[in-house]
Design a binder for this molecule. Structure first.
Ligand SMILES: Cc1cc2nc3c(=O)[nH]c(=O)nc-3n(C[C@H](O)[C@H](O)[C@H](O)COP(=O)(O)O)c2cc1C
Length: 260
């Protein structure tokens, strides 16, 4: 790709960072990250999200466990929890007499449903990714922790989350351990033709899976847990694993509380 500028360079070079220098993020850098984060687009300009900075070391230590045993969380100098949040608006609606006005007009007063949650997740994740890119441009690496969607009961309690506030992502930030991290190999992606279409969706032809996977995984030397090919291996290691089962359970419970 030609026509490189600084922004494209940052996008091209970004990699998830899971080992951090112990020095804290400078105040100036933190302000710049947060400013970039809050400039993210948000549906209806309503900011259906909140962010909690996790500063308490004991809480970080606990997140290591509740997020599928990932020790680097405890060593990240900056940890941000991204929440889909309809609570702030609904508290405001109540305060503003919306239920009464609906009643007076014979309208249903609707509380948050699945659609509102998905929209709020969009807002939260778009803000999160702005923070990632802002940080990256300042030489600060980051890593998403999707496992924050597990153990909803524990996380609700830990962070005092009311009904219409749900964790959607955790982000760890820190300066890299080595000054020069340009030598890290970039992670592969599927070739665009498998994921980018014109006008209509297109499924990958069975005969093409091999090509798609080779570009991504190369020729693996061994497979996970006695699996015989990449598909089995990835299912057993990720999709069908214990952490995925916990995430499924946790999100199902969260959805039930959200919209019932
Ligand atoms: C939604 C989401 C959840 C993720 N969760 C984790 C996680 O729990 N632990 C982890 O080490 N990396 C996590 N990652 C990072 C991915 O593994 C990483 O983005 C992917 O392997 C591609 O590597 P790259 O970011 O270096 O290009 C997550 C990424 C995303 C987008």
């Amino acid at each position: 790709v030609t026509l490189m500028n600084d922004t494209l360079q940052v996008l091209d070079n970004r990699r998830s960072l899971r080992g951090y220098d112990s020095r804290p993020i400078s105040n100036e850098h933190k302000e710049q990250i947060l400013h970039g984060m809050f400039r993210a687009p948000t549906a209806g300009n309503m900011m259906h999200y909140s962010v909690i900075e996790v500063t308490d070391q004991k809480m970080k230590d606990k997140l290591v466990i509740t997020c599928d045993n990932q020790p680097f969380i405890a060593k990240a100098p900056l940890v941000l929890l991204f929440l889909a949040d309809l609570q702030r608006w609904y508290n405001f609606f109540e305060y503003s007499g919306v239920p009464e006005v609906c009643k007076g007009r014979g309208l249903d007063y609707v509380t948050p449903q699945e659609s509102d949650l998905l929209l709020a997740c969009c807002d939260a994740l778009i803000a999160a990714q702005n923070a990632v890119i802002a940080a990256e441009s300042l030489g600060i690496g980051s890593c998403y922790i999707g496992d924050i969607m597990e153990n909803i009961e524990t996380h609700r309690e830990m962070f005092g989350l009311p009904r219409w506030v749900l964790p959607i992502a955790l982000l760890c930030f820190g300066y890299p351990l080595r000054e020069d991290r340009d030598d890290r190999e970039k992670t592969p992606r599927f070739p665009p033709r498998f994921v980018y279409f014109k006008d209509k969706y297109s499924s990958v032809d069975n005969r093409e899976f091999e090509t798609m996977l080779m570009s991504h995984y190369g020729q693996p030397r061994s497979f996970f847990d006695g699996a015989q090919n990449i598909g089995q291996s990835i299912y057993l290691r990720k999709t069908g694993s214990a952490f995925s089962a916990e995430m499924r359970r946790s999100v199902k419970a969260a959805l039930k509380d959200w919209s019932e």
